[in-house]
Design a protein around this ligand. Structure first.
Ligand SMILES: O=C(O)CCC(=O)C(=O)O
Length: 272
């Protein structure tokens, strides 16, 4: 395609964008996916890569390879930020990411889950199948209720099974036909240090990794606070050293009251 027209007529409303983040926000609203840079420098990316391997090793030691394989969980690290990792905690609170999330999810949002994801070489894995990140849901929402931020620990390439997306599939309730999928699926290549952002209702799948090395990522799902977390984060980490914003995003302020008395005591100082 060349010569995209720069003029228009009959238009009363147009989106205005001022930054790469606005561009990502616009694309996610329309197509359901976009890429942003985390802004992390090379040494920080190396730190994340090393931490990923360290946590993976201790996770497999704790839960056992064969038990994890039996559960189809061997290629996933559940909730690394609650395993004492400052690096994974910082990733979930990445500034660039939060700016985009604030523009996408109206009002408050919390981290629903963080998972290390390993796309193993020449083997299928749990994410290598089309799904939504609000699975079993078939609704259309006028604004995102949940966003997936997939941090690329390694470069995502066609060869190593970069994520496939079905553009704009967050706008229709049903999963499209196989023919439609074959014609319209896109594979999203991205550099290490990027976040691939998805409206959680956009159908997507990990690709097949044809190389000889694992392709690693860290998946984050952020939601409006009405959804329950995959694993209760406040019950699995201390809040003593966390700033207020972090406590809010990690869900400390949205733990469900355990009784009417608890509910009423939490109402103190709230207008609504
Ligand atoms: O590994 C990938 O490319 C996709 C990961 C994914 O689908 C997910 O975490 O929901």
């Amino acid at each position: 395609m060349n010569n995209i027209p720069q003029t228009s007529y009959g238009i009363l409303q147009q989106n205005r964008i001022g930054s790469a983040f606005d561009e990502a926000v616009e694309q996610i609203r329309h197509l359901g996916f976009a890429i942003i840079d985390s802004g992390l420098a090379e040494p920080e990316l190396l730190g994340i890569s090393e931490e990923f391997n360290r946590i993976r090793e201790s996770y497999v030691q704790s839960y056992g390879e064969s038990a994890l394989r039996n559960l189809n969980e061997f290629h996933t690290i559940r909730s690394p930020l609650t395993q004492g990792s400052e690096i994974f905690l910082a990733l979930a609170l990445n500034e660039n990411l939060l700016s985009v999330l604030e523009a996408l999810i109206l009002g408050k949002f919390i981290l629903n889950q963080q998972n290390g994801v390993i796309n193993p070489p020449q083997e299928t894995y749990s994410q290598n199948a089309w799904h939504r990140d609000l699975p079993y849901q078939h609704f259309v929402s006028s604004t995102p209720l949940a966003i997936n931020a997939l941090f690329c620990v390694d470069d995502f390439t066609v060869d190593n099974g970069a994520t496939l997306v079905l553009p704009a599939s967050h706008k229709a309730e049903a999963f499209p036909s196989s023919n439609y999928i074959n014609k319209n699926a896109l594979q999203v290549e991205a550099k290490a240090g990027s976040f691939i952002l998805l409206d959680c209702m956009t159908f997507h799948s990990g690709g097949y990794n044809k190389t000889h090395s694992a392709r690693r990522a860290v998946n984050h799902v952020y939601t409006i606070p009405y959804f329950k977390q995959q694993i209760n984060i406040p019950m699995n980490m201390g809040a003593a050293n966390l700033p207020d914003q972090a406590k809010e995003i990690l869900g400390f302020k949205y733990v469900e009251p355990t009784s009417i008395t608890d509910y009423l005591s939490k109402r103190a100082g709230k207008a609504y």
